[in-house]
Design a binder for this molecule. Structure first.
Ligand code: NAD
Ligand code: WQD
Length: 338
């Protein structure tokens, strides 16, 4: 049974991925410093899967602790590296924190991997690397654009660091996964997104507004060059996204002839506007969302959705959940919190 180190495994995407890894028979070790999650998530993962994953509270840029974890006879085969700070606005105020946390943690892992014979690392990247693409849907060959935020820049730099390290001839591989907009929660409502303070992302804000925690959802602009004037994104169900990590890990560990660094877009391939998403939520749940159109948000791109055919064809993965079911899962999760 292969052992996988999941950094940031008590976070939003990490926790869903740990459940799917366990279901596929992998043994999981989570390292998380709990800067944006709680230890209770580990118990919740255990309740879903029937097996509480091994958990170490640590910062994965702490080389001493990480060396200890790698060396403890754990025999780690692969890593999925979720651990990072991810709030776009905060990164503008605290750029050094973002560069330090997101890059140090990655470099620490990359430095230790050869020493302990780790075969590969799956890295959490983002569609933010594409900026506003020239062609839609955007595929993996599209150029990266100047980052809109220090956070976005850390994803671009991380991808470059991985590519340069792989090109230097190390013995391990990497798969870089570019997520579009992950939303929703596990159908059990045991795990989901836990925003810290006022949510910045659309769906957590929307469900809080629907629950009466926020007075109203502000829709940032209806004067974009899109059919209804609001921005378009590709909203991907978090469990579908988690499953992609399992197939990526399998490929990275088992495929001998594969390239040593591969890039995959993970999205549904469908663009959905903010107003369409609100309407879909209302139809799927029967709950009205109080909302108001307001000015554009600085830094927002107009529209983006994924060409995920490469992941469909090579990984044999595709997004399966409907937007309706995904938004129902987000609502069920929101209700479990109040
Ligand atoms: P999250 O904040 O819920 O999870 C990240 C986890 O990493 C948290 O539990 C946090 O405590 C932990 N962490 C942060 N820094 C750490 C460190 N130095 N050492 C150990 N643990 C640390 O975020 P998420 O939404 O699950 O995102 C996971 C990854 O996916 C991140 O790398 C993020 O940048 C990337 N990503 C997220 C989205 C999104 O919209 N959620 C989109 C694209 C990419
Ligand atoms: C989606 C749409 C907003 C909130 C961000 C990061 C990106 C990636 C995913 C990590 C936009 C609109 C939002 C609100 C609104 N993260 N909106 N009212 O901006 O596509 O991407 O998260 O890598 O890097 O930038 O996601 O959920 O913030 O916004 O109208 O209160 O919803 O304008 O069109 P975004 P989002």
């Amino acid at each position: 049974m292969s052992k996988i180190l999941v950094t940031g495994g008590s976070g939003y995407i990490g926790s869903h991925t740990v459940v799917e890894l366990q279901r596929a028979g992998y043994e999981v070790i989570i390292v998380d410093n709990l800067s944006n999650s709680t230890v209770g998530v580990i118990d919740r993962i255990g309740r879903i899967s029937g097996k509480r994953p091994f958990f170490v509270k640590a910062d994965c840029s702490d080389r001493g602790v990480m060396r200890d974890i790698f060396g403890r006879g754990n025999g780690i085969d692969g890593i999925i590296h979720f651990a990072a700070s991810k709030a776009v606005n905060e990164s503008i105020d605290k750029p050094l924190h973002y560069y330090r946390n997101n890059l140090d943690s990655l470099m620490t892992l990359l430095e230790l991997m050869p020493e302990f014979g780790v075969k590969g690392i799956v890295f959490s990247s983002s569609c933010t690397v594409y900026g506003q693409p020239d062609l839609l849907p955007v595929d993996e060959s599209a150029p990266t654009k100047v980052a809109e935020s220090p956070y976005g820049n850390t994803k671009q730099i991380s991808e470059e660091i991985i590519r340069d390290v792989i090109n230097s001839g190390v013995s391990f591989k990497s798969i870089i996964l570019r997520y579009f907009n992950p939303i929703g929660a596990h159908p059990s409502a045991e795990i989901g997104e836990l925003p810290n303070g006022t949510p910045q992302n659309l769906v957590p804000f929307l469900t809080q507004a629907a629950a009466g925690i926020r007075e109203e959802l502000l829709v940032f602009g209806n004067d974009y060059n899109t059919p209804d004037g609001s921005c378009i994104r590709d909203y991907i169900n978090v469990v579908d996204l988690a499953k992609a990590h399992v197939v990526a890990m399998h490929r990275m560990l088992e495929c001998l002839e594969c390239d040593s660094v591969e890039y995959y877009n993970l999205g549904t391939g469908k663009g959905v506007s903010v107003l369409e998403l609100i309407d879909t939520f209302e139809r799927a749940t029967g709950i009205r969302v109080p909302y108001r159109i307001t000015a554009r948000r600085a830094g927002d791109i107009e529209q983006i959705w994924a060409d995920s055919r490469y992941a469909n064809e090579v990984l044999g993965w595709r997004a399966e959940e409907t937007l309706e079911d995904t938004l129902r899962s987000a609502w069920k999760w929101q209700q479990s919190l109040v």
